[in-house]
Write a protein that binds this ligand. Sequence first.
Ligand code: N01
Length: 544
Amino acid sequence: MTETREKPAPAGAAIDTVDAVIVGAGFAGMYMLHKLRQLGFTAVVYDAAAGVGGTWYWNRYPGARCDVESINYSYSFDPDLEQEWEWSERYATQPEILRYANHVADRYDLRRDIRFSTRVTAASFDESAQRWSITTDQGDDVSAQYLVMAVGCLSTSKMPEIPGIDVFRGKWYHTGHWPHEGVDFTGQRLGVIGTGSSAIQSIPIFAQQAAHLTVFQRTPNFSLPAKNAPLDPDEFTALKARYPEHRHEARTSAFGVPNPLPEKSALEVSDAEREATYEAGFEKGSLVGMLLSYNDLITDKAANDTAAEYVRQRIRSIVEDPEVAEALAPTDHPIGTKRPCLDTDYYATYNRPNVTLVNLRKTPLVEVTETGVRTSEREYEFDSIVFATGFDAMTGSLVAFDIKGRDGVMLKEKWAAGPRTYLGVATAQFPNMFMITGPGSPSVLSNMMISIEQHVDWIADAMTYMREHGKQVIDPTLESEDEWTEHVTEVGNTTLYPTANSWYMGSNVAGKPRVFLPYIGGVGPYREICDQVAEKAYDGFDLT
Ligand code: N01
């Protein structure tokens, strides 16, 4: 017997046996559930949130929006869904994206198989039954043939490693867990720690509310103007007419959005030509557009320097105080090697009289106090503090609860020196466990929607193959895992990414091994590799 065909339980009812347990009800988990249902598999989804949407459920800070264009950041699996949904802006806001996630949940009646407000607490592979046992904090104890981790790449938030947060008498917030009712900082003295994407999006709005805003910056980040605007309905209609081609271009591209690959090096053109190219890229409001201005921006430091300097000049031209401008202009990492941002009025915000930038490179943070924050230089008093300090990216949520594979091996122990995966979708000794956009796959270096759909389809195909071929267990070989893990590192080392201290490298989390986590071989080539593995009867996996 290779499959179970139980009927899905009615909403809220206890379930004890399914084909698949899916952890996470974000875009990955939602599509996985839909796909498995279509194929006649039974599945249940668990999510700690009270609703669907994953990252878009939690990250409700003011200004949160996607920096992949709306026309690309949506599902492509159903042409009817594609045609009926209308995006209002070039870059959709968090509320609009969450509405979309809820629309999808309603449209495909997904909620009846999702257990909300339920956190998975442990999963272990039972060798005798050849199945996973999964427990939750709500008392569920489920047996599943497959465990699908749809936990998201940026979902385990991270606080700064400074003492005193518990003694602060004002209010504090993390951008990744924003209160649903919103927060109004009007009239307040507000401190923000961090200058990554979440901070860069929210700071201009905080500055409009707060009596005074103090931003604590450790590393300046490159940011380009988003040039956000309402979507032109005629243009969107025209795109809808060619959505299949558009999606095909995205699936075969480098980063999961249609963009021609550049042929020229930044170093082979005249200064004037290069300047004009960067200006066009900068004015376009597209990260991929800017980073794909030339073919060597992420591989050659001298080429990268030309783009980085262009952006630094633009920062200097916006920020009036030269000392503040210098502090905001990143010089410690090549552009693109820490996740760059798209913003609306970020740099101009530092021209406001009610905004102060504190350069933590000169005066490091010492502690949070009862009344604010103390640096090596002085104390700052606040009514509220916002921690925009990011996430334990890519692996944090995969090791957040105990996952025990064959011979009692724990995933967090196996990955103590860094994640080891085959194709970023599976890891040896954890049979029948799949990861959607796991480490070692393009994931965060791509349009997540494209990568999610690719993994879900691939996993569903693998499960169907297993069912059709009377197989019970699929497990990558150690050899294929070693080869892939080495390949991910090798390709990463051909780029400038490893030269930066970034969450791509795990270096934002104390004690985390320094390993390049995503796969930079390109979305299109990666898809081909995965397809070839499937075509060769899941080459590199043991199927029993
Ligand atoms: O987090 P981050 P984020 N003392 O890790 C600082 C995606 N995203 O939530 O760089 C002082 O980027 C830290 O400083 P440093 C996107 O992929 C997408 O902003 O480590 N500072 C950094 O400045 C993004 O990259 C969207 O020196 C400390 C900041 O906190 C990812 O999520 C929107 C510190 C953390 O920045 C994460 O973004 C938002 C300390 N002890 C997010 N610890 C869009 O689609 C940390 N910091 C637009």
